[in-house]
Ligand binder design. Sequence first.
Ligand code: GLY
Length: 592
Amino acid sequence: VADADVLDLAKRRGFLWPAFDAYGGAAGFYDYGPLGAAMKTAFENLWRHIFLHTEPLPMGEVFCPRVTPYEVLKASGHVDEFTDLVVKCQNGHPMRADHLVKEAGYDGNADALSQAGIDVQVVALKPACPTCGAKKWTPAAPMNLMNQTEIGPGSGRVGYLRPETAQGIFTDFPLLLRYFRGKLPFGAIQLGGSNRNEISPRQGMLRLREFSMMEAEVFFADTNAPLAAFAGVAKRTAVFVPNTTEKAVEMSFGEAVSSGMVCNQALGYFLARTQQFLLLAGMDPKRLRFRQHLENEMAHYAQDCWDAEFYSDRYGWIECVGIADRGCYDLSQHAKHSGRVGDFTYRLALADGPRFEARRVEVDAGKLGRTFKAQAKAVAAAIQQEFIDAAAKVGGYDSVAGLGSVTFEGQATAPATLHVTIDGASVQVPADCIKSIEEGTFRLDARNILPSVIEPSFGVDRILYALWEHAYEAGEKNGEPYIRLRLSPYVAPVQVAVLALTSKDGMPEKAAEIEWQLRAAGLRTDSDLSGNIGRRYARQDEAGTPYCVTVDQDTMQDGSVTVRDRDTTQQERVASDALVQYLRRRCQPDHA
Ligand code: GLY
């Protein structure tokens, strides 16, 4: 299918329109028309169905502002690292460097090239500027992709339009932890718009400067621990492209994790949930795969990351979901930068924690200060450090969240002279600077940790494009061009069209009555009275409507209707009292 055909249909039928068209449009911006907006809403609700309503892990939805203060995005790393490499031709036209070399024939993964690597390729491949044809380029330079704004006119307070919805969730972590009664794991989801000031968006819906995301941030004490819910998905199979071989292999999610290819069950679980969702939404299973990011391709926050990719006839394999193990990167950053370490810290209680041998010393701060003056702080820290080092060996210390809780299992001993090492020199601490000494076995009762995060992050617009392309079928019917959009009933903008066979004998009124009954049952409906019934079916096929209900003479007698299936074109007679159930079972995932 050509991209132009899909976008043509989308434009003609009111799925997708170029934004600000009356003024010539603006690259990287689209509007959803009535059918597109209805589909987008249905699609987002299907996502909620999987990631919120039927997710066995505790989940909650939040909605955070799009304008985000500088401090938040400085902490998250976006101010310094959310960049793409840009090159400019001799006439000043900017191009995203990796796209330029890829289009010029570079057959590796251009996204993973370093700045120097890009420059080498530009010199070797001599790509022509797509705008003016020039072949001389500046060296590559990083450009930040965030749209900057000001919070409050004239305030000088810098903000950005968020580049991902995730940061709102991370900064809410202390409040979420309280909401979920202090227990892990739990997750928060957010659906909403984000902005990236893309350098040269020339790929239709695939690269937008303003786009919609659906993100889940699921917090775990330890993403490497076994996850009970994983058993429910372990037998599903998928195609994986690991970064070790870069070759496609089909296997179960269970094998993918047990072989170590996918780093843990938590990540494997969300890969599988992603697949479940995409297939329900109508993605072609043969055109879906999971590709692991190359080491040098991963975002600054990711420990491991897999993309769900769909195959597009026009564009090849395209990323549409990123499923990342972000570790504790984000929470550590916000804990440090906000100065509210305690609020971001989770106390992980241990039933029978590990033991370790150590010496814990309580100093008399006043006497230590009088004895050591300027050096007192360093002496106290060195004494404390000894204990921290011992606790760290059994995982009792986190560099940001600090020391966990310990119990001393022995008897305190009398204060005595101690020796500590400061800057390589041994320092003697007299007994009168010490209040108590506990030397012997300690038990670790709780770890102070910053939770780790698994993040499935969905690009809404790209996936909608994929669904259109995968559903698109063009041919001929009765000598006329005919297009059918085989959309999943769960996301189709119209699920049922109710058509009166003729405009006589009370049929339109009966059709309207049935339509209202279906709407009341939560189905998305449409009606159409213009043209013969064949033409009306064809119009609905093109809009992706999976079922047409036709009201005819018999309906006027006994209330029964015919239901036509878009894909088989078979018609079935359905009794009036069975109609709602018949359609709900086919159109609503909770009834599937
Ligand atoms: N939050 C993932 C991303 O922005 O791609």
